[in-house]
Design a protein. Structure first.
Length: 324
């Protein structure tokens, strides 16, 4: 085979008539073709080279099809791949629901007009894993702190709904969760007198999110209460249709919601599409002086500024008495 591919020529006689090499018929001047091995034929069907008995062609074809550079494998049928794809999707959905975001359905009118019954909201569950706590003005979802939902009808989902809720592909129908707006956080003093606004650390809240026609708290005035460490005070935007912190001041938490019971912050209305909107913090919670720390700051700074003057005056008086 190598003779055919390297283009070598057959031996010939030298000019002085002596043979330059080779034996047998070729050296005796036999025809040139007789000295060559038979050319392999090329198969018209697979292009492989065949020897006399065809075995070379068979081996060649197999070498091309099954060697390291062999022919491509046929893709697996879709029906075989589908269960794997579905399994991966469900695992990802479960991880997202557990650690990132979860969908919740709004069951009542207590947060109108911010949220309507039947809205689907997405709740951020990631930031609490890093120690983030609710802030004033945020809409939060939390587990029932102490029987707030007693007497409320409990849905009876079927097996399919339970499974889809478990993996996070639809809102949970069985979990007893509530959704309200955070009004005050640990260290704040919160109150509301009949006919007046809600006050946080003495600052009146302008609450444009309250349901039209509602008062700030006329149905249930409260306070002043100081929010304990690790707790928040929550209220619904539809004040006259919300059994919020005001109505549970006699429970084990005195109406406050433990931060440990907070699932996460509702960040967006995801469904229906025509109600898509972000749930941002209203500007009223950004007003200067609303923070308990900020409210105490002027007094602390004043005391710090006055202290050197007092000490200096005291030193002068003491020095004068000693000299006399």
């Amino acid at each position: 085979m190598s003779d055919v591919t390297d283009g070598a020529r057959s031996p010939s006689a030298s000019p002085d008539g002596t043979d330059t090499g080779g034996t047998g018929p070729a050296a005796a001047g036999a025809p040139e073709d007789a000295a060559r091995p038979p050319e392999p034929s090329v198969s018209a069907t697979d292009g492989s080279a065949e020897g006399k008995d065809g075995s070379a062609g068979k081996d060649g074809a197999e070498g091309e099809g099954t060697g390291s550079g062999g022919k491509k494998k046929n893709p697996r049928p879709l029906w075989k791949e589908l269960p794997l794809l579905i399994g991966v999707a469900l695992v990802l959905a479960l991880l997202i629901k557990t650690f990132l975001v979860q969908a919740f359905s709004i069951p009542s009118e207590s947060m109108q007009n911010t949220l309507q019954r039947g809205d689907r909201v997405l709740v951020d569950k990631l930031t609490p894993w890093f120690g983030s706590e609710p802030e004033r003005g945020e809409v939060v979802v939390f587990h029932d702190p102490d029987g707030w939902l007693d007497g409320e009808p409990t849905p009876n989902p079927n097996a399919a709904q339970k499974f889809l809720s478990f993996v996070g592909l639809m809102p949970s129908a069985e979990e007893k969760d509530l959704i309200k707006r955070t009004i005050a956080v640990a260290g704040d003093t919160v109150e509301c007198k009949k006919g007046g606004p809600v006050r946080v650390n003495g600052k009146a809240l302008d609450e444009p999110y309250i349901f039209p026609g509602n008062s700030a708290c006329d149905d249930m005035p409260f306070g002043p209460f100081k929010v304990p460490e690790g707790k928040i005070w929550v209220m619904g935007d539809h004040r006259q249709a919300s059994a919020d912190s005001r109505y549970h001041t006699d429970d084990v938490n005195k109406g406050f919601v433990p931060v440990s019971q907070v699932v996460g912050r509702a960040i967006v209305v995801a469904w229906p599409v025509n109600r898509w909107s972000a749930l941002s913090v209203p500007d009223t919670f950004d007003q200067p002086g609303i923070s308990a720390a900020a409210g105490a700051a002027p007094g602390v700074l004043g005391l710090a500024g006055a202290l050197p003057l007092v000490l200096r005056r005291r030193r002068r008086l003491t020095t004068g008495r000693t000299a006399g």
